[in-house]
Design a protein around this ligand. Sequence first.
Ligand SMILES: *[C@@H]1O[C@H](CO)[C@@H](O)[C@H](O)[C@H]1NC(C)=O
Length: 206
Amino acid sequence: MPRVVLLVSLVAVLAMATGDPAVAAARGGGHGRLIHLLFYMHDITGGPGQTAVQVIKGPGPAHPVMPGSHFGDTTVMDDALTEGPGASSRVLGRARGTYTLASLGAPVLSVSMTVALTGGAYNGSTIAVAGLDDISASARELAVVGGTGAFRRATGHVLWRTAKMESRDHMVLELDVYATVPGAAPAPPPRADVVVHQAALNHNLD
Ligand SMILES: *[C@@H]1O[C@H](CO)[C@@H](O)[C@H](O)[C@H]1NC(C)=O
């Protein structure tokens, strides 16, 4: 059984078994299903296998606590998400989006990204994540603001930690995702809607 599936079923069982109010709140006050995912994000900003590229160089003065960086510096990423922290670990998806140095005085990035899952139980589904990443804090919390497929109308949070520096240009982040989705039934596959819309269109043309 793949590790993600195992984790998800374990957490689902735990969430149902416990009376912990925090868990109940995470489940949406008793409605909805909690999905817990754990994966590692590889942000490679240079060298071979680069996945993140700076597209805006802030024009302002040097940042007071981040040498070589400027307020407004913005990077676009298409980072691999893996099951374990190793670079050769099984790929479960990609984190696609941007991060911007958005604090004038602190090492704080504003992150906006979509997690596209390409393996495991949620292949084809996406999770939208937004929030602040204070890189000086050991643990950060970002928000799950939505999703598609199995994550339609998801709410929740992501605990975000720096796992290790593989090299100067390769940072590995641990992402612990807690998403609550409404209802107990899995969402229908996205293709079904396309078919329905196409059928309606054909009908109107008849
Ligand atoms: C994920 O879904 C795509 C599209 O349906 C499919 O081509 C691919 O083989 C799937 N990958 C895995 C690991 O199941």
